[in-house]
Design a protein around this ligand. Structure first.
Ligand code: 13P
Length: 247
């Protein structure tokens, strides 16, 4: 059985005062069936890790190299050293804002694994790709290109985040989510074998809220969520965690 995962991506939000939200989540204690992860901005990782209790802490990106002349970048070793156990890679905002291609994401995942971090690799289609009926081709290509060969159920989480659903309040239909998640499961099983393919957790992300969480978590092969805006407030994120744990 796959443990469920509720992951919060704070993106470029939060200064020290935001740690109070994490403290509230930490005070709730461990969940029966659900792992909880918060990925704050890197400036908060070490302070977050010091107070997070059973909540895991992750980065939002890392460089593919362990160290070197890369001004402004952060390596997987540095994230690990600061207290992170996970790192989000290939988020559509990184792919769009920083021109990251599948090959970059793959190199970063290899670096993350070398440092002992779990990679949360993101894939997702644009609205134009969805409307052109290309969604499964796009997702299949991103999975093939972004995930290194050494993937296991322990070192990899995949997040399906349709770009048009991020921060927009628009959510795909449950059958659209199910179609992509079933497809991703099959792709992983075909490439890595049934054992590994069945053990990788698949998250849905894009406008997940307390009001739609229960419906989304009932969809087949949805093992949790990657949550942006609704992870910034402990009350909202706790409601999502509760819905997932009950699913
Ligand atoms: P929202 O939950 O704000 O739509 O963001 C989703 C996301 O991009 C998480 O990585």
């Amino acid at each position: 059985m796959r443990r469920k995962l509720a992951a919060g991506n704070w993106k470029m939000n939060g200064t020290a005062t935001a740690l109070a939200e994490l403290e509230t989540l930490a005070a709730a204690g461990a969940q029966a069936q659900t792992d909880v992860l918060i990925c704050p901005p890197s400036t908060l990782i070490s302070r977050a890790a010091a107070i997070s209790g059973s909540v895991a802490i992750g980065g939002q990106d890392c460089h593919a190299n362990a160290s070197g002349a890369h001004t402004g970048d952060i390596s997987a070793e540095m994230l690990k050293d600061a207290g992170a156990s996970h790192v989000i890679l290939g988020h559509s905002e990184r792919r769009e804002d920083h021109g990251e291609a599948d090959a970059d994401v793959r190199s970063k995942a290899t670096a993350a694994w070398s440092a002992g971090l779990i990679s949360v690799i993101c894939v997702g289609e644009s609205l134009a790709e969805r409307e052109a009926d290309n969604t499964l081709d796009i997702i299949g290509g991103q999975l093939a290109g972004s995930i290194p060969d050494e993937a296991t159920g322990e070192n990899l989480v995949v997040a399906y985040e349709p770009i048009w659903a991020i921060g927009t309040g628009k959510v795909p239909t449950m059958s659209q989510i199910g179609e992509v998640h079933d497809f991703m499961r099959t792709q992983l099983e075909m490439r890595f074998g049934e054992g590994v393919g069945r053990s990788v957790r698949l998250l849905y992300g894009g406008s997940v809220k307390p009001s739609n969480a229960t419906e989304i978590f009932a969809v087949s092969n949805v093992d949790g969520a990657l949550v942006g805006g609704a992870s910034l407030k402990a009350a909202d994120f706790s409601a999502i965690i509760t819905a997932l744990d009950a699913a």
